[in-house]
Design a protein around this ligand. Structure first.
Ligand SMILES: NC(=O)c1ccc[n+]([C@@H]2O[C@H](COP(=O)([O-])OP(=O)(O)OC[C@H]3O[C@@H](n4cnc5c(N)ncnc54)[C@H](O)[C@@H]3O)[C@@H](O)[C@H]2O)c1
Length: 325
């Protein structure tokens, strides 16, 4: 199939592009490299069935250029977004603007072209959810923006889901939604705009103390990147669910069901790196959810999806990758 991957220079997008190429698909990536990196694409950029288009995917001409390079488009994986907790607080205007505009443009383009669309939403689309594990169709709960802007990202994903579902109903778009839970693995950024597993490992590498936000008792379900990529590709490739279900308009949570505290991640970072540093508490960002656990029963039945890598093993593999870098 001819696959257009928006955000394919980023963490998940670059792994997705690489996996699609390995499976024999033709791939065009559109990325403005806001947070993505050319280095993420170095392993596959020379492959004959790969094209990179530098640019903003809310500009339809960039999507058309990618389509032209492939002589058509069968499926669009829409991953481009502003991600990274610090941006949610410091640049909510940008998060909302980019995440909504890119999704509107990509959804309209997919509808016009009759291409299938897989939209990567997020568990954060459910807001400050207390019901655990999280099912596919929970009501979202967003706190007042009076005190902080944490949910600029989650709300943009919530609206993105509405944009997709509306096009499914009104324009017959074959749109599908997937919500990855805390992906981690090689290529994850470890700077202040990165994600917690990589931030801790990079702090250890630099001999700096590991900084917990709060007491580190908040938990997440960390999911190995390749498991997430398998789920995203299955949702794109299958015409119908393995259980015979209709995938048009369907949404799935994919994530490990092992709940791990952030302080445990800090301990694992110490264990795998052997760094002689302390774990210290800092104030952190407000509005962080205390738990985020997926109900994956629908993904298991329709996509045959399961998480396969334990967090201790995954942290070790991430450390090996950081050292090799
Ligand atoms: N990583 C996770 O655990 C996770 C969890 C839930 C949802 N998601 C979603 O999956 C997608 C990929 O996440 P990621 O972790 O790889 O993030 P990422 O920041 O590494 O990747 C996003 C990519 O989008 C690009 N981008 C941003 N604005 C763009 C624009 N206007 N035009 C073109 N490209 C643009 C960035 O440069 C970047 O390469 C995002 O939509 C994210 O919200 C990720």
């Amino acid at each position: 199939m001819r696959c257009l991957v928006t955000g394919g220079g980023g963490f998940l997008g670059s792994h997705l592009a690489e996996a699609l190429l390995t499976r024999g698909h033709t791939v065009a990536v559109v990325d403005d490299l806001f947070r993505g990196r050319k280095a993420n694409m170095v392993d596959f950029k020379a492959m004959p069935d790969f094209t990179f288009v530098l640019g903003d995917c809310s500009d339809v001409e960039k999507l058309e250029k990618a389509e032209e390079k492939m002589n058509g488009v069968d499926i669009i994986f829409h991953l481009a977004a502003i991600n990274g907790t610090r941006y949610f607080h410091e640049r909510p205007d940008l998060v909302i603007d980019v995440n909504i505009k890119t999704t509107e443009t990509v959804v309209k383009f997919a509808s016009d072209k009759g291409a299938r669309l897989v939209f990567t939403s997020s568990p954060e689309a459910f807001g400050l959810q207390s019901e655990m594990p999280m099912g596919e169709n929970l009501d979202s709960i967003f706190p007042s923006p009076h005190n902080h802007f944490r949910h600029s990202y989650g709300a943009s994903k919530y609206l993105g889901e509405i944009i997709v579902q509306y096009a499914v109903k009104e324009r017959g778009l074959d749109g599908r939604i997937i919500r990855p839970f805390n992906g981690y693995g090689p290529r994850l950024m470890g700077n202040e705009h990165g994600q917690v597993t990589a931030i801790f490992l990079h702090q250890c590498q630099r001999g700096e103390n590991i900084t917990l936000h709060g007491d580190g008792s908040q938990t997440r379900c960390f999911t190995w990147y390749n498991d997430l990529i398998d789920g995203i590709i299955s949702l794109g490739e299958l015409d119908e669910g393995l259980d015979g279900s209709n995938l048009q308009g369907a949404s799935f949570n994919i994530g490990s069901t092992d709940e791990v505290s952030i302080s445990r991640i800090a301990e694992l970072a110490l264990e795998v790196t052997g760094a002689d540093v302390e774990i210290v508490m800092t104030e952190g960002h407000p509005g962080d959810s205390t738990r985020r656990i997926p109900d994956i029963s629908a993904a298991r039945e329709a996509l045959g999806w399961a998480s396969t890598v334990d967090i201790s093993e995954g942290m070790l593999r991430c450390w090996e990758w950081i050292q090799a870098e």
